[in-house]
Design a protein around this ligand. Sequence first.
Ligand SMILES: [Zn+2]
Ligand SMILES: [Zn+2]
Length: 511
Amino acid sequence: MKDLVIINGQINTMADGSPFAEAVAVKEGRIIKVGTNEEVRRAMPFGAEVIDARGNSVFPGFFDTHVHFSMTGENLASVQLYDVSSGQELFARMTRAAEKMKPGEWLKGVGYNELEYAPGDFPDLKKLDEVFPSRPVILSRVDEHQLLLNSIALKEMNVCPGDDGAELDEDGELTGIIKDPLNGRVRQIYTKNNLTDSMFRRFYAAASDEALKHGTTTVCCLEGGDLCDEKSADAFLKYQESIPLHTHLYHQTMDVKKVLGEGQKQIGGCILLDGSLGSHTAALTEDYADLKGCRGKLCIEPDVVEDFILEAHLSGLQASMHCIGDLAIEVLLRAYEKALAKYPRADHRHRFEHFTLPTWDQVERARRLGCAMGIQPAYLAGKSMYVERVGEERLDRVNLIKTLMGPGFFAGGGSDAPVTPMNPFIGISEGMMHYNERERITLDEGLRLFTTEAAKLTFEENEKGTVEEGKIGDFAIIDRNIREMDLSDPNVLKEIQFTHTIVEGEIKYAK
Ligand SMILES: [Zn+2]
Ligand SMILES: [Zn+2]
């Protein structure tokens, strides 16, 4: 906690009534004065560090309400396939990385999207085995809901043709493609067998750097459970104090007692009620538009969800689960409705993660309950996939933003990193370009989604989210004046670089 002054800023306070200011002073980590340069100079604590923003924009520190924190760090340490769209390049990168590894050590590539490859160019099991005959290889899809393993990896993971989620070819043989729910089990085993405590510590450091580089000062960290094993949550609790920004652990377990024992106020995150639209595993009430007869399926039985939600609710926790399709949303919504009807609780802010394809009836029921929505507008960039999977008609209710920012809801922006980068301006610009005009947001609504509104998801709207006297001194400063930018193409927001990220008056990142 430090004393700090920012002068000559185009400060976007995000506060009602006085949206702009020139300068701000922080004493012992708290904002003590917001105003003109002159006013702030008079209030300046003795010996305070001074940042001259040179007319550039200053914001309250950004929130990311949905981050797989250790996975983000781990992904930064794996072979990056996000921008690859040819089999040749994929193998070039994988082979280069393998050359630096010990024999038999697992090789992991992350972020592939088979839809970006020419037909037949994305590697299959046979090709993977040809190039890597003796080393286990695991490739993770960009949405984290699908894996491709080579034969050694399949064997080490004990994957059998009968496993729920193991894709088979016409002859009933494994194709190497792994979908939910097996996707979760395989990831868990991978984490258990290959990752150590000290590796997690490195992952948290890498993920923290990534957040701070993008002006993010508060992160909801989703750890534990199917996606990344309990080990990640245990390591998180061990190292949380050393993480240089504000974090909230969303422990992805249904073990309410364990979470209470940890002293948490919230539980859940991406506890998977269903999979993803990309992998045809999101649970829908009607067939996928591009796959007749397929509706995905639920990963957890509804009565198990209801018992869990009731227990979490009665324990005073804020609950949260991953649901994409309208069938999955229905299950969680009913669980919340039942728990709240039996034991009403004001201001529970129980969360839905994603809430990607609700029905209008579900939207209204969630509004009546006063639920919170962890949404990720960066996903809008994948419009063509959504059209394919759900068709034009259902597209009208996919990825709602403006509706969920309306009265009765709490909605906070997030990245779902490592699925999309932890940079608020990606989500903000995508929200401004929403393919559905009705759901399109303005710059200021986008900024609110990642500051004032996001703070409500962690019950911190009185402490964070605006630049106001008495609040915590978290800020992000960028390399330009956002109010002077030509935003006719909102994509230009993605070019913004952060020059300073400040947590409780301390500069944690400077460019
Ligand atoms: Zn999720
Ligand atoms: Zn997630």
